[in-house]
Design a protein around this ligand. Sequence first.
Ligand code: GAR
Length: 219
Amino acid sequence: MSQSALNKIGVLVSGGGTNLQSIIDNIHLGECNAEIKCVISNIADVYALTRANNANIPHYVISHKAFTSRAEFEQALIQTLDTYDVDMIVLAGFMRVLESTFISHYPGRILNIHPSLLPKFSGLNTHQRALESDETTHGCSVHFATTELDGGPVILQASVPILDNDNATMLAMRVLEKEHIIYPKCVQWLCEGRIYYKQGCAYFDNEKLTAALQLEQIK
Ligand code: GAR
């Protein structure tokens, strides 16, 4: 039995918000059955907040700098999110590490998108590190967030080739295009109950995923 559907989401952002926009657009197109109840940024004046405003979504700035500990910051996030009774959290370019105060409040109900083919290149500067490696492909991953940074079980990945003469900006743009496909898809799957998290593993259609799904295979 899959878990029951969850469709009220809170989105955390720190930047331009193109992933937020892709989810908004997919909802408007009827391809994603989620309802974004609120958007919270830890940074003021980022374009993601304008995107939320344009879509008439309640939006807030909760700066991590206003708190003396991560736990207090995370408690403030929870307080606002719980006002909206959200079912799940979507991290869309949210650039703060989240620890157990936050993660344990939404057990198995936090999705993150990361710009690499995890477990390769967790952390920052993924595109430059991919270029400097021997890899010939790069990409992005959607995973359930756990207290391990970029370490929760991966659900879906999409790949792009690393091209001759690539630079980090060009590579990032090609990866972002894939992010905008796989993230709304995973949000929809979570809303439908097609994916869920149990005991450290991701499940898809009630089957435990032993490896991440690949966009190229499911099309
Ligand atoms: C995206 O590439 C996302 O994968 C990455 O930040 C970018 C946000 O873009 N997230 C992380 O690096 C998280 N560790 P956006 O603001 O345009 O969605």
